[in-house]
Design a protein around this ligand. Structure first.
Ligand SMILES: [Zn+2]
Length: 134
């Protein structure tokens, strides 16, 4: 990985495995300009997961689409962006366990979102259910 500021070579000065998120965090140091920045290595679900839908066949899994629908249901909360981001991470990790080698159904997604929202914020679960029929 090259420096984000000058494009020169970098070295890893520290790294940590974040077990809960299944991510690797690395602190990098630019050998040219001395800048320090960090990177995260995580599974990319885009392009590897497929969603079986009832009406439009197999579709790629889009994490941003999930995040937006979760955020819409949490808009009444004061810190809806942070909440939506955390809830989406929880949902994605549950979907990973439900999926059959990256294949999930749209029903599994809707059910998982509803259950997760229901445990966190009842009005959000009701709002989501109104727009996503099982
Ligand atoms: Zn640099």
């Amino acid at each position: 990985m090259v420096c984000t500021y000058c494009g020169s070579k970098t070295e890893v000065v520290n790294s940590r495995h974040q077990k809960r998120l299944n991510q690797v965090w690395r602190r990098r140091h630019c050998l040219n300009c001395g800048a320090i920045f960090s990177t995260h290595e995580a599974t990319s679900y885009e392009g590897s997961w497929r969603v079986q839908t009832a009406t439009s066949g197999l579709q790629p899994f889009l994490r941003d689409k999930l995040l937006l629908s979760v955020h819409k249901s949490l808009e009444h909360r004061p810190d809806s962006t942070t909440d939506a981001s955390a809830i989406t991470a929880t949902i994605v990790s549950q979907l990973g366990q439900l999926s059959d080698k990256g294949l999930i159904t749209s029903k599994q997604i809707i059910k998982t979102v509803q259950e997760t929202l229901d445990n966190f914020d009842k009005p959000a679960a009701v709002h989501y259910a109104a727009f996503h029929k099982l």
